[in-house]
Design a protein around this ligand. Structure first.
Ligand SMILES: *Cc1c(COP(=O)(O)O)cnc(C)c1O
Length: 297
């Protein structure tokens, strides 16, 4: 693998919505959905440290896992094609051709379908042994690009946003708001903030998934998690779909139903419950994922 001197730029943009104006709260969106036409969202930032480690280890590519709509595998496969390294994806379930899977193939990712039981075995200590034997030159990356390495790559988001505050006329801000799946991206923000500003994570998975514990393996405090899952991961309801439409029409901001829409809707509920004082300024992270939305059309 060659060196990566590609550091995409995430624009920070003001968000104008009536429910924010009514509450006297300002929100700016860090648009990770706009960093690149193909490589979108937080998944690139989560990958950067893993890719650096792969390079140091002299690997010729990356092997990782995910589902048939995985934003992580999509970003990884697109990066492999762009920068010329090999990618292998281990997929949950049985062969199917979602828009995401078709892209993975077009990007040149080699796919293995593990079934459901086979995929559940990913946490077992010897899971990687046979894959390491089959692909000795590939560097393994955990599901979703998680762990401390994933979080380290996301520190960059704080620096990119802070460098753009002036352009908004903001001297400072009061906190961060973003969707959390594994909480890795959130942990990266907490690392970079070192207590300077709180980070609020809107959970896309139910509270009993152990996200809090996982985040605490990386950082001690400086964050708060709230349930935004609306009945479960990937559960979609009419209120959510109407909110996506209304937001896109009012502000032009495109959202997908699994993460970003649930996170912004949870913010609306908190704002309307009076959680934040008039004059509060928040940075909302659009974590991307719009490619996965094709599956829900
Ligand atoms: C993966 C993903 C997340 C969750 O990121 P974590 O670092 O796992 O918390 C949020 N939003 C989108 C669009 C994602 O694809």
């Amino acid at each position: 693998m060659g060196p990566f001197d590609w550091l995409p730029h995430a624009p920070l943009e003001p968000l104008h919505l009536d429910w924010l104006a009514r509450a006297g709260i300002e929100v700016a969106v860090l648009r990770l959905d706009r960093i690149d036409p193909l490589i979108s969202g937080n998944k690139w930032f989560k990958l950067t440290e893993h890719l650096a480690q792969a390079q140091q280890a002299g690997a010729s590519g990356i092997i990782s896992l995910g589902g048939a709509y995985s934003n992580h595998l999509h970003a990884l496969a697109a990066a492999g094609k762009r920068f010329g390294f090999a990618t292998v994806g281990l997929l949950r379930g049985h062969p199917q051709e979602t828009p995401t899977v078709l892209d993975l193939k077009a990007f040149g990712m080699q796919l293995h379908w593990l079934g459901y039981g086979g995929y559940r075995a990913r946490h077992e200590p010897d899971f990687w042994l046979s894959w390491r034997e089959q692909y000795p030159h590939l560097h393994p990356v955990p599901e979703g690009g998680g762990g401390l390495s994933g979080a380290m790559g996301c520190r960059q988001l704080v620096f990119q946003a802070q460098a753009q505050l002036c352009g908004l006329g903001w001297a400072d801000y009061h906190g961060w708001w973003l969707a959390a799946g594994t909480g890795t991206t959130l942990a990266g923000l907490v690392l970079a903030e070192a207590g300077a500003h709180p980070v609020y994570g809107a959970l896309a998975v139910p509270q009993d998934h152990g996200v809090e514990r996982q985040v605490r393996e990386i950082v001690q405090g400086g964050f708060e998690l709230l349930d935004a899952s609306r009945g479960g991961f990937a559960q979609v309801d009419p209120v959510l779909l109407a909110f996506i439409d209304a937001t896109e029409q009012a502000s032009g901001l495109p959202l997908e139903p699994l993460y970003t829409a649930k996170a912004l809707l949870a913010l609306k509920e908190q704002v309307e419950a009076g959680r934040f004082a008039v004059g509060t300024r928040l940075i909302f992270i659009h974590t991307g994922g719009l490619q996965g939305r094709r599956g829900f059309a």
